[in-house]
Design a protein around this ligand. Structure first.
Ligand SMILES: Cc1ncc(COP(=O)(O)O)c(C=O)c1O
Length: 451
């Protein structure tokens, strides 16, 4: 196995701990997992499946044996919780009223959904296109940038993920998506992400790291030429490295100076997941193109969108998206209900209060456990890095995997990133008690599992 294959996102779904997990599965679960394997194509990080599900409601998923898991994974799409009654009702109403809007027609529901997204931006100076998936929305953003600048080259970041299409794996920085795929999209250059350089120099100074990353970007731009866009996740969803404001101010300045479009992929992180409605709003800059997805569909409808600054509405002579669901009736109903629910229930304020609570809890935990190398939190994006000891900061993937199964067996599901990073994305409707349960379980697990 190459170093690249080792350094990948996601859980380890083979190995002795998974075999032990499989042994405790019920007959019904084993039967469904077997049928799943015979029905679907295998793919890394997704198969074989862990369990068969029967229900998803609020912050919980329930398996076919009635066992409930507090779901801090949820593919980062359940900001308003599963089966949210507002969203369910709105989608049901839309199914009965107007389920589909054919091309060349429009409807009040989809206009209102687009306007609601624009109204949440700071400048309110954007136009929208909807797509059925995040990957398609990133592809669309790249096309708009090419059309607007006349330049096809793009800088994206190592270790990034922007979707699994051929265009989006080209800009993505994870080898597991590119392996065996042959030639990808030309004109893609890779910058060093904020967290990448942080790991390389082990610096504790965010400003110093940001300044290096920005200088490196300028160096690339000046030496390569013809760059049309810079694409990145403002806060990477998987491991919650939070660049300082100076990084974003610098990105904006560089893009303005060189006529480059700044694209933010906020697919898993928008809608208050990071503490502000749109992630970039906490950094005082606006992107030229903003890509949204996942939670936009309220955890029910697959829905994504691109917001482009009005001045980049310049592609009327070509077909940009042309998606079958380009004016998505059900997706629009879900977007409006999701935003209404967030506003009516003040989920933004709630997220910040819960963020402060979980920070205190995890800081206390880190004092007790030497294996907690770092805790990084933005809103309710939470990453806990496990190391062999704080001095060496050597990654501890074995312990992380043991903690994962320990927690799964006791009713908590989450994602493991980069081998040793426990990543929690709880729904914003989570309670302090539920966060406390997760912290206590982690505490117990670390006490029991650390050798
Ligand atoms: C940052 C980021 N961009 C893009 C995507 C792709 O979205 P989709 O799976 O809807 O194509 C994802 C999905 O995980 C993501 O996390």
């Amino acid at each position: 196995m190459s170093k690249n294959e080792l350094k990948r996102e996601g859980d380890i779904n083979s190995g002795s701990l998974r075999a032990q997990w499989n042994e405790q599965l019920s007959g019904r679960s084993t039967q469904l997992l077997g049928e799943d394997e015979r029905s679907f194509l295998k793919q890394s990080m997704s198969t074989p499946c862990l369990e068969a599900m029967a229900d998803a409601e609020g912050c919980y998923i329930t398996d076919v044996n009635g066992r409930r898991y507090l779901d801090f994974h949820g593919n980062s799409l359940h900001q308003v919780g599963y089966k949210n009654p507002y969203v369910v009702e709105a989608v049901k109403r839309q199914v009965e009223e107007l389920p589909f809007i054919p091309r060349r027609f429009t409807a009040d529901i989809t206009i209102r959904a687009a306007q609601a997204l624009v109204n949440k931006t700071t400048s309110k100076d954007y136009r929208v296109l909807f797509t059925p998936s995040g990957s398609a929305a990133v592809g669309l953003a790249l096309k708009i940038a090419r059309k607007a600048t006349g330049r096809h080259k793009v800088i994206s970041m190592w270790e990034s993920f922007h979707g699994a299409g051929l265009d989006t794996i080209s800009v993505g920085g994870e080898y597991v998506f590119k392996k065996d795929m042959g030639p990808l999209m030309p004109g893609v250059l890779k910058g060093i992400p904020y967290n990448g350089y942080r790991n390389l120099i082990n610096s504790e100074s965010p400003e110093e790291i940001a300044s290096f990353c920005l200088r490196y970007l300028e160096y690339m731009i000046e030496n390569e030429g013809d760059i049309g866009a810079i694409l990145l996740e403002p806060i990477r969803a998987t491991d919650t490295h939070i660049p300082p404001r100076s990084y974003f101010k610098g990105l904006r300045r560089i893009c303005d100076q060189h006529g480059i479009l700044l694209i933010f992929d906020e697919i898993p992180t928008a809608l208050y997941r990071s503490g502000t409605f749109y992630v970039h709003q906490q950094f005082g800059v606006e992107p030229d193109l903003l890509v949204l997805g996942k939670g936009l569909g309220g955890g029910i409808i697959p829905q994504a969108a691109v917001l482009a600054k009005t001045k980049y509405d310049c592609a009327g002579d070509i077909s940009l998206g042309h998606y079958t669901h380009e004016k998505p009736a059900l997706g629009s109903a879900a977007i409006l209900a999701t935003i209404d629910y967030i506003d009516d229930h003040k989920l933004g304020e709630r997220c910040q209060a819960l963020s402060a609570f979980v920070r205190d809890e995890l800081d206390r935990l880190a004092e007790r456990h030497e294996c907690i190398g770092d805790v990084r939190i933005a809103g309710l994006m939470i990453s806990i890095e496990l190391v062999k000891d704080r001095g060496s900061k050597e990654s501890h993937p074995d312990l992380t995997e043991r903690v994962l199964y320990y927690c799964l067996e006791r009713g908590l599901s989450f994602k493991v990133s980069g081998g040793n990073c426990i990543t929690w994305h709880p729904p914003l409707v989570v309670t302090e008690e539920e966060l406390g349960f997760a912290v206590d379980l982690l505490d117990e697990g670390l006490s029991e599992l650390v050798d």
